[in-house]
Design a protein. Structure first.
Length: 201
């Protein structure tokens, strides 16, 4: 049984912080600024105001992702790294987010869990009226995010992960989602229809 939602308790968030350590430090060998080797976890300032998504399979945490909204969080170097103000314009201050810390347990990569996690992530953006979502990814993940509807911005040099591609999702651009046959299309339609039902009451 797969359950995907926002983390609800401090204990669940601790599981997320430890999963990050397992994947980023023990598996991939990334040098993370906020690594706590003693407690074997990675907890960052962005976690305080971020939406931390969790994917539980049969009660075990197998995946996670985080989004931070510009109106709630200090994005630090990400704002310049992704050229957010240049691309999003006025929306940068109120209707923009960044996505980070997207990961799946190694033995489940390639399964539908990654897509299901991103669908939950996207629907939350719709609900919160976020217009632009920015991410960066390694080359082998570019095709996955392009299929979702993310568009390339520029190659970047991330201070913790090295070379990668910055990408942007125009959240409410249905025309582009249809053009790339994004699995987000159905979620967009469901969201619009649910809003119409609310307005008609």
């Amino acid at each position: 049984m797969l359950e995907i939602r926002l983390a609800q308790t401090p204990e669940e968030k601790e599981q997320v912080f430890k999963l990050r350590y397992q994947i980023y430090v023990e598996e991939l060998g990334y040098a993370q600024h906020y690594t706590n080797h003693q407690q074997q976890k990675i907890e960052e300032p962005l976690d305080k105001y971020g939406n931390i998504f969790v994917a539980f399979q049969n009660g075990k945490l197998v995946g996670t992702a985080r989004s931070n909204y510009t109106i709630k969080s200090d994005l630090g170097y990400y704002a310049e790294l992704y050229h957010i103000s240049k691309i999003a314009g006025e929306a940068h201050f109120f209707d923009t987010s960044i996505g980070t810390k997207f990961m799946i347990q190694k033995h489940l990569r390639g399964s539908r869990i990654a897509l299901s996690l991103m669908q939950a992530y996207y629907y939350q953006l719709l609900q919160d009226q976020i217009k632009f979502d920015f991410i960066d990814c390694e080359p082998h993940m570019i095709a996955f995010f392009q299929r979702l509807g993310y568009q390339p911005i520029d190659m970047i040099n991330h201070p913790e992960y090295g070379s990668g591609l910055a990408m942007m999702l125009d959240v409410f651009n249905l025309q582009h989602l249809e053009r790339v046959k994004s699995p987000f299309q159905r979620l967009y339609t469901n969201f619009v229809e649910s809003k119409e039902c609310q307005y008609s009451i």
